[in-house]
Design a protein around this ligand. Structure first.
Ligand code: 6R9
Length: 662
C-alpha cells in the first residue's frame, strides 16, 4: 500500500532535513533453496558468533590467510578513526593469492579462464599464475621498483592486469589502477597525486569489436610528469605504438628474461596495498588507501560467505572492470585468496551479439555470477528471448553491486537468469569500505527484491536521522557504520584531514557513507541512493531510488533517472529521464501515464513534474548514473565535469533530444 502523503502537500512547510520519506512497499520474499542452505559455507550462527565477540570473529577469519607471522593483536583503535588491524602480523598478499594454492596441491586448477572480446581465450592455472606473477615481480624489481613505491596500472581487462597488481603486492609496492580508457588528464592527476614511479599499460585493448589504443593517453600524461621513470607496455592488440627509448619497456621482453622463481617477502599487515581514486562530484579525486592484512581478510571472507564459494566445483564470474574496486576485491584479491576458478572477460556485453554474457556462462558453466544493476536493466531492455537461447542451468548464486537494484530488475534477474531458483545477493559496499558490508547470505537470508538487507557478520551498520539517533524500524535517514571493520580505508592518500572531514565529521564517532537508507518493519536495510541526489519536494525528502524503481516497474520503462530541479512552488520538482523498452514509443499520453503510475505506486508527492524520454543515460565506468549532469540539463545550466563518463557523447544526445522549454 502506498503511503498517503497528501495531507502534508502544499502546506508550505519549512524545508525539513529530518528523514527520507518511506514510500515504496515491497512484500515479496524468497527463501533460500533448501539444498544450498543445507550445505552453505556460512549459517545463521555466524551472526551470533560475531555479535558475541566481534574482534574474536575477525581474528578467526584472519586465519583463512597464511601469515608469516601470526598476528596477536586484532584491532588497534587507540587513535580513531585511524585503524590498524592485525598490526603485529606479517604476510605476503600475492603468496596468499597464488603460491599457497600451488603448495596445497592445486597448481593445476584453473585460476583464470580468460575470454578476449575477439573470441581468443586462455586458461591460466594457479601454477602458471605463480610463474607469471614471479616474472613480473622480478621485472618490476629490475626497473627499480621496491617496497612502498607506487605503480600506476592502466590496462584493458586482460590477465596481465591481475598479474601486474599481484606483482606489486608481492614486492610491497602500492598499485593505483586507473580505468583503461580514462583521459590523459585523469591519468596525469592520479599518477601525480600518488607520485608513481612506473606505469603499466598496453598498446590497446578490444572494445566494441575493434582495437582501442591505450598508450597514447599514457604518453600524453607521462610527458607532463617528472616522477615516472618507466612505462611497461603489454602487447595486446599489436597496433602501431609510439615508443620512447629508455623509458618504455615491452612487458613480454622484460618478463621473458626473468626467473620464474621469486621468493615472497613478508610485509606488515598495515603495508599499503593499493590506492584507488574515487571521483566524487567536486574537488580533486580522493585516493582511497587500503592496506594488506585486514583488507585481504575481509575480501576473502565475504567472497566465501556471500557467494558460498566452493573452490573445487564453482566457476565464478564477476563482470566488473579491474579499474573499479569491485574488480580489485572480487576479481583479484577475494577470489584468488580463496583459490577460486574464475572467468575474466575483456569486452562489452553486446559484442559481437547481445547474448555474449550468456554464451560465456554456457561455455564455462559459470555457477556464480556477479554483475551490476545497470547491466541487468540493459539486458531487460534487450529482451527475455536473448538469455532464453542459452543454457544457464549451471548458475546457482547471483550477485548485484554498484547501485540500488530496482525490485523489477531484481525479479527479472531472478526469473530470466536464475531460473526462479538462484538466490540473489545484493551487496552494498564502497571503494572506501574495501569489501562487502551489507548483503544477504545465500543459504540463510529470506531475500527481498531491492534490499541489501542486513550487515554481514562482524559488521555494524545502521540508519540514523539528522541528529545521529538511530531511526526505528520503518524509518529513513542516513546509512552509517558504527564499528571499525578490517577492510576499511585507512585514510585518503596524503590528506588525513580530508579523510576526517569527508567520512567522520558528519556524525560523531560514526562513519558516514553518503547514502540514504531506510529500515523496513523487519529491520532490513534498503539503500536509497546518494544523499547528494535526494530530492526535496514540498518539504519532503524523496529518494531517487524509490521514484526510479516505481518508473521501472511500468512495462514501458527499461531505465529511469530522476533529479530534483529548482521549482518556484515546491522547492524542487521531480524531473524523470526514462529509457523506454523495445516497443514503447514516446507520446504525451505515455508521459501522463508514467506520472500517474508513480503517483499510484508511491503517492502523489512523488509524481514527476516532467517525464523526458531519452535514448541513453550518463553513466560512470562502473555503471552509476550521474544524476548531477541530468540536474544541469533539467535546470538549463552548463554541464559540469564529464570526464568520468563512459561516453561523453551521451550528454549531447540528451540535450539535443530534449524540448528546449519545460
Ligand atoms: C562497490 C562500489 C559506492 C556507492 C555506494 C552506493 C552505491 C554500491 C550498492 C549501492 C545500493 C548496492 N552502491 N552497491 N547502492 N545497493 N548494493 O560500488 O563502490 O564505486 O565506491 O560506489 O555505490 O551509493 O555508496 P563505489
Amino acid at each position: 500500500m502506498p503511503r498517503d502523503t497528501t495531507d502534508t502537500l502544499g502546506l508550505g512547510e519549512v524545508v525539513s532535513n529530518e528523514s527520507l520519506a518511506n514510500l515504496l512497499r515491497e512484500e515479496r520474499k524468497f527463501a533460500p533453496p533448501a539444498a544450498l542452505a543445507a550445505n552453505a559455507n556460512v549459517t545463521a550462527e555466524a551472526y551470533e558468533q560475531a555479535e558475541a565477540d566481534r574482534l574474536g570473529f575477525w581474528a578467526e577469519q584472519a586465519r583463512r590467510l597464511a601469515w608469516a607471522t601470526e598476528p596477536t593483536e586484532t584491532l588497534d583503535w587507540s587513535n580513531p578513526p585511524f585503524a590498524k588491524w592485525f598490526a603485529d602480523g606479517k604476510l605476503n598478499v600475492a603468496y596468499n593469492c597464488v603460491d599457497r594454492h600451488v603448495e596445497a596441491g592445486n597448481g593445476d586448477r584453473v585460476a583464470i579462464h580468460f575470454e578476449g572480446e575477439p573470441g581468443d581465450s586462455r586458461a591460466i592455472t594457479y601454477a602458471e599464475l605463480k610463474e607469471e606473477v614471479s616474472r613480473a615481480a622480478n621485472a618490476l624489481t629490475e626497473l627499480g621498483v621496491g617496497k612502498g613505491d607506487r605503480v600506476a596500472v592502466y590496462l584493458p581487462m586482460i590477465p596481465e592486469a591481475a598479474v601486474a597488481m599481484l606483482a606489486c603486492a608481492r614486492i610491497g609496492a602500492t598499485h593505483s589502477v586507473v580505468f583503461g580508457g580514462f583521459s590523459a588528464d585523469a591519468i596525469a592527476t592520479r599518477i601525480q597525486d600518488a607520485d608513481a614511479k612506473v606505469v603499466i599499460t598496453a598498446d590497446g585493448g578490444y572494445r566494441r569489436g575493434k582495437p582501442s589504443a591505450l598508450k597514447p593517453a599514457v604518453d600524453d600524461a607521462v610527458s607532463r610528469i617528472e616522477s615516472v621513470e618507466h612505462v611497461l607496455v603489454v602487447r595486446r592488440t599489436g597496433q602501431d605504438t609510439a615508443w620512447t627509448e629508455g623509458r618504455d619497456v615491452w612487458w613480454h621482453e622484460i618478463t621473458a628474461r626473468q626467473s620464474a622463481e621469486h621468493t615472497p617477502e613478508a610485509f606488515e599487515a598495515e603495508q599499503p596495498l593499493f590506492i584507488l581514486y574515487t571521483s566524487g562530484t567536486t574537488g580533486k579525486p580522493k585516493g582511497i588507501l587500503h592496506t594488506s592484512g585486514g583488507y585481504l581478510t575481509q575480501a576473502a571472507y565475504t567472497h566465501h560467505a556471500v557467494f558460498d564459494l566452493k573452490p573445487e566445483t564453482d566457476v565464478y564470474w564477476c563482470t566488473a572492470d579491474v579499474g573499479w574496486v569491485t574488480g580489485h576485491s572480487y576479481i583479484v584479491y577475494g577470489p584468488l585468496a580463496n583459490g577460486a576458478t574464475q572467468v575474466m572477460y575483456e569486452g562489452t556485453p553486446d559484442t559481437p551479439h547481445q547474448g555474449r554474457f550468456w554464451e560465456i556462462v554456457q561455455k564455462y558453466g559459470v555457477t556464480i555470477l556477479y554483475t551490476a544493476p545497470t547491466a541487468i536493466r540493459t539486458f531487460m531492455k534487450w529482451g527475455d528471448d536473448i538469455p532464453a537461447k542459452f543454457d544457464l542451468s549451471s548458475l546457482r548464486v547471483l550477485g548485484s553491486v554498484g547501485e540500488p537494484i530496482n525490485p523489477e530488475a531484481w525479479m527479472w534477474y531472478r526469473k530470466n537468469i536464475g531460473a526462479d531458483k538462484c538466490p540473489i545477493v545484493d551487496t552494498w559496499w564502497q571503494t572506501e569500505t574495501g569489501a562487502m558490508m551489507i548483503s544477504p547470505l545465500p543459504g540463510v537470508t529470506e531475500t527481498k527484491p531491492g534490499s541489501a538487507q542486513r550487515a554481514l557478520p562482524g559488521i555494524a551498520a545502521t540508519v540514523v536521522d539528522d541528529e545521529a539517533n538511530e531511526v526505528p524500524d520503518g524509518g529513513g535517514g542516513y546509512l552509517v557504520l558504527t564499528e571499525p571493520w578490517p577492510s576499511m580505508l585507512r585514510t585518503i592518500w596524503g590528506d588525513d584531514q580530508r579523510f576526517l572531514d569527508t567520512y567522520w565529521s558528519r556524525f560523531e564517532g560514526k562513519y558516514f557513507a553518503g547514502d540514504g537508507a531506510k529500515k523496513d518493519e523487519d529491520g532490513d536495510i534498503w539503500l536509497l541512493g546518494r544523499v547528494d541526489d535526494v530530492m526535496l519536494v514540498s518539504g519532503h525528502n524523496i529518494s531517487t531510488t524509490e521514484v526510479e524503481s516505481a518508473l521501472v516497474s511500468h512495462p514501458s520503462v527499461a531505465e529511469a533517472a530522476v533529479v530534483g530541479a529548482n521549482d518556484e512552488t515546491t522547492g524542487q520538482a521531480i524531473v524523470a529521464f526514462v529509457i523506454l523498452r523495445g516497443t514503447a514509443t514516446t507520446s504525451d499520453e505515455l508521459a501522463a501515464e508514467l506520472r500517474n503510475h508513480v503517483g499510484t505506486t508511491l503517492g502523489p508527492i512523488a509524481k514527476p513534474k516532467r517525464v523526458l524520454p531519452v535514448a541513453e543515460l550518463p553513466k560512470t565506468r562502473s555503471g552509476k548514473i550521474m544524476r548531477r549532469l541530468l540536474r544541469d540539463v533539467a535546470e538549463n545550466r552548463e554541464l559540469g565535469d564529464v570526464t568520468t563518463l563512459t561516453d561523453s557523447s551521451v550528454m549531447d544526445l540528451i540535450t539535443t533530444q530534449l524540448p528546449s522549454s519545460s
